[in-house]
Design a protein around this ligand. Structure first.
Ligand code: 4NP
Length: 160
């Protein structure tokens, strides 16, 4: 079976996308599918490149027993060749990726919540200016949506 390479993308790569990546990897480890996926995350901006995730994201994830090992980086042109799927956290991230995507790549772009039965097409809210309740909400939202994404991609992998 082919490996599916998934890049999670937000603006700063210090709150939402590294958490989405950590959730997705945790799902694959729990469900025994880690050999089927390669995951990373990146930001459309380079404002936080090289930084560890936001302290509030790290603390919130740790309170749920989830470790995030990522350091921030900006999306590169090569990512559109090195990943099969780029998963945007919000509509602005998706628009940025659409503008940046080279014409000759087969990489697919997806808004994470397009697969969300609760509120399809909605943004994953940016918790940067929010309080701890928003970080908690984003944690559970990303847990649910990355599980749905995993189910979707696993079905695709096993049906081909
Ligand atoms: P993220 O959150 O895109 O989920 O990593 C943000 C992080 C930093 C900023 C905005 C959003 N910022 O304006 O610096």
């Amino acid at each position: 079976m082919d490996v599916t390479r998934v890049l999670f993308v937000c603006l700063g790569n210090i709150c939402r996308s590294p958490l989405a990546e950590a959730h997705f990897v945790a799902h694959t480890e729990k469900l025994g599918t880690a050999h089927l996926f390669v995951c990373d995350s990146a930001g459309t901006s380079n404002n936080h490149s090289g930084e560890r995730p936001d302290r509030r994201t790290l603390n919130n994830a740790a309170s749920h027993g989830l470790e995030i090992t990522h350091s921030a980086r900006q999306v590169q042109r090569d990512d559109f060749y090195n990943f099969d799927l780029l998963v945007a956290m919000d509509q602005e991230n998706l628009s940025h990726l659409e503008r940046m995507k080279p014409a000759d790549t087969a990489a697919r772009l997806l808004l994470l919540r397009d697969l969300d039965e609760t509120d399809p097409g909605a943004d994953v809210p940016d918790p940067w200016y929010g309080d701890e309740h928003l970080f908690e909400e984003v944690f559970h939202l990303l847990h649910r949506c990355t599980l749905r994404l995993h189910e979707h991609l696993y079905q695709e992998t096993t049906n081909t």
